[in-house]
Structures are given as structure tokens and as C-alpha cells.
Design a protein. Structure first.
Length: 204
């Protein structure tokens, strides 16, 4: 989605490139100029230094003072291409495409009585991610079965251990949808989940 840092009056905004189809290991940090100028560099190396003396050092102006050493040039080029790709499709169109698929996924998953969904009830503010569990089956087992059916999900605590403790669970399955996913992908997920449940139901 589009973010207006001025409207938000954001001190910092950060995002990973791979979340928008760029290569791994590249991302963006936006910060207010006055805050960034007051910060000390956390990486040292070439091009982030202005002058070096025996007892003191001055750092290069922004953004160089945070860009030590050899840069991930191919990552930067790939991120730029990914941003151009998103811009060409249009953010509103992307959101409309994702919303259609995610609403369909919520609807179809809610029909499965062996599934526990972890969702916000606010469909309008829902992202492209749905967390769920097959009741009584470990998420890693579910992910393995789905993988064998050509359906890729993630299982684990998703960097949210405090939330998992609050929900009194160890981990969940997570299906992530993007604008390239279709309702047919959702149908494949449902078929694979039914197969996984049928494999495990006698042990539950």
C-alpha cells in the first residue's frame, strides 16, 4: 500500500524489499532528516567517513554515513525494478486484487470445521496473511503435507512469540496471498487441507 510519511508524520519507516518481489537482503529505511543527522553510525567502513584524525572522526553527510563498505548494488537495482513494477500495476489495483482473493480465502477456510482461524474480524483492514491451525495437528506437519500437494505455506511462530503465548498456542500455519494469487490457488489450499485433515483425523 502507498504510505505518505508526511501525512503520518513518521519518524521512521522501514520495509523489506523481498516483501514486494525484490531480491533478498535489501530494504528501505526512511527517517526524518533531523533525527538521522543526530544519530551515530552503527556500521563503520568505506564511504561513511568524511575526515579521520587520530583522536576524532567526522562522518559523511546523509545518506552516506549509514552506508558503510561495499553496497548491495544488485539488490538496490532489483528493489528499484520491483518498485517500478508495482507502480506500473498501480497500488489501488494491487489492493483490489488482493482483497478479492483474501475475502474468498476467509470465506472458504471458515467453512472447514476442523480449522481454527486467527483473524481480525475487520475484513476491511485485513492484510494478505491468514493464520490458522488444523485443530489437534502440529503446524509443521500440516505444512509438510501441503508441500507434498504443491501448496506452500509457512509454519512456526512468525516472529510473534508474545502473541502466541497470549493465544496459548506454540505456532500456527500461515497462508500469504499476493496480487498474483487467484481463487484457484485458494481452492488448491482447501483441497490440500482436507487431505491433511483426513490423514490425521484418526489420531486427533
Amino acid at each position: 500500500m502507498k504510505i505518505d510519511v508526511q501525512e503520518l508524520d513518521a519518524d521512521f519507516i522501514v520495509f523489506s524489499g523481498h516483501k514486494m518481489l525484490a531480491p533478498l537482503g535489501i530494504g528501505v529505511l526512511y527517517g526524518k532528516r533531523n533525527i538521522l543527522n543526530s544519530m551515530t553510525p552503527f556500521l563503520m567502513g568505506g564511504d561513511m567517513i568524511e575526515y579521520v584524525y587520530e583522536q576524532e572522526t567526522t562522518f559523511a553527510p546523509l545518506p552516506n554515513k549509514f552506508e558503510a563498505g561495499t553496497q548491495n548494488v544488485e539488490g538496490v537495482v532489483g528493489l528499484g525494478a520491483a518498485i517500478d513494477y508495482f507502480e506500473n500495476i498501480g497500488y489501488n489495483k494491487i489492493q483490489d486484487m488482493e482483497k478479492e482473493v483474501i475475502l474468498y480465502a476467509r470465506q472458504e477456510l471458515s467453512k472447514l470445521d476442523f480449522i481454527k482461524l486467527y483473524l481480525t474480524p475487520n475484513e476491511e483492514n485485513h492484510s494478505g496473511v491468514i493464520s490458522f491451525n488444523i485443530i489437534g495437528v502440529h503446524p509443521h506437519d500440516v505444512a509438510s503435507i501441503l508441500d507434498s500437494q504443491g501448496v506452500c505455506i509457512r509454519s512456526g511462530n512468525h516472529c510473534a512469540q508474545p502473541l502466541m503465548r497470549f493465544l496459548e498456542i506454540d505456532s500456527t500455519c500461515r497462508a500469504s496471498f499476493c496480487f498474483y494469487n487467484t481463487k484457484e490457488d485458494v481452492n488448491k489450499l482447501i483441497v490440500a487441507l482436507n487431505k491433511a485433515y483426513n490423514m490425521f483425523k484418526k489420531y486427533i
